[in-house]
Design a protein around this ligand. Structure first.
Ligand code: ADP
Length: 271
């Protein structure tokens, strides 16, 4: 009899449990949303004062004529750390926007090949360590992207290629058409990424083995996760292929569009 009563009670208890589970899920979701909002707000609030600190440090470095070498060194380190933190806050802000569905893309039709050439010109202002070789396609390829976000993607991949290869090593960029897609490949002859880690590098905060940090200190492990989010947000894909000690290629691909480049369509898409 008591077993019968237990069985009869079971459905009510299961129902109650399910209700409690639902309640907890809603509370967890709310907490998670608050947490994301908090990260976004804090990043935003900290970025402004830190940018001011960095500005003052740079101006002291420039104008301080009677600084001793150790003082100069300390200033350089403080500036580098401030800048690294500003970049981290910027990355956190970008991810918070993505998570909250506030990321806006201003999509526009552009020639991918011409755009990449412009970005390479930009890097010449600060890159004197790695020669860049660019292979463009015989015929232009048009894609529908957000120029600012794509610029961020390409600069990030070039920066990584420079960070993870010896000075003097050439970085190759190639744009071509593969079937229905326009493809941009960024190839370096750097340290490479072990096969087991190649899928993980797109995760937030993931950095391959700290032993390699002598190559590139100060990364946050957020760069590639942002790159992937931006590429996919614009309807593209990104893949990596790499050989340890030989080098790495990141391949970004977008569907080719047939609209003419001048009749640019402005569209807003929220992720
Ligand atoms: P970060 O460079 O700040 O550490 P990323 O998200 O840009 O973060 O990259 C994640 C990890 O992937 C890096 O720590 C690095 O080990 C590896 N990685 C990225 N790009 C390359 C590259 N071109 N060559 C070798 N390793 C790379």
């Amino acid at each position: 009899d008591s077993a019968k009563i237990e069985l009869n009670r079971a459905p009510t208890e299961v129902k109650q449990l399910a209700e409690r589970f639902d309640e907890m899920l809603v509370r967890l979701q709310t907490a998670w949303e608050h947490q994301r909002q908090f990260v976004g707000d804090v990043s935003h609030e900290l970025r402004t004062p830190l940018t001011i600190v960095s500005g003052y440090l740079q101006s002291i470095q420039r104008r301080g004529t009677n600084l001793s070498p150790p003082q100069r060194e300390a200033l350089a380190m403080a500036t580098a750390e401030a800048d690294r933190t500003i970049q981290l806050l910027q990355d956190l802000l970008t991810l918070a926007r993505v998570d909250n569905g506030q990321m806006q893309f201003q999509l526009q039709t552009i020639d991918l090949d011409g755009f990449v050439a412009q970005i390479i010109d930009l890097t010449e202002q600060y890159n004197d360590s790695h020669p860049i070789n660019y292979e463009s396609p015989a015929v232009s390829v048009a894609v529908c992207v957000d120029e600012n976000r794509l610029k961020q993607v390409i600069l990030n991949l070039i920066d990584n290629a420079m960070k993870y290869s010896e000075s003097g090593q050439t970085i190759n960029l190639r744009v071509d058409q593969q079937g229905e897609n326009a493809v941009l490949a960024v190839r370096d002859r750097g340290i490479g990424i072990p096969l087991s880690q190649q899928t993980r590098i797109f995760e937030r905060f993931y950095r391959v083995d700290e032993a390699r940090s002598s190559f590139a200190t100060g990364g946050t492990g957020l760069g590639l996760s942002i790159v992937k989010t931006l590429v996919e947000g614009m309807g593209g894909t990104i893949t990596v292929s790499s050989q340890l000690g030989e080098g790495t290629t990141f391949t970004v691909s977008f569907p080719i569009v047939s609209e003419s480049v001048d009749r640019a369509t402005q569209r807003q898409v929220a992720t």
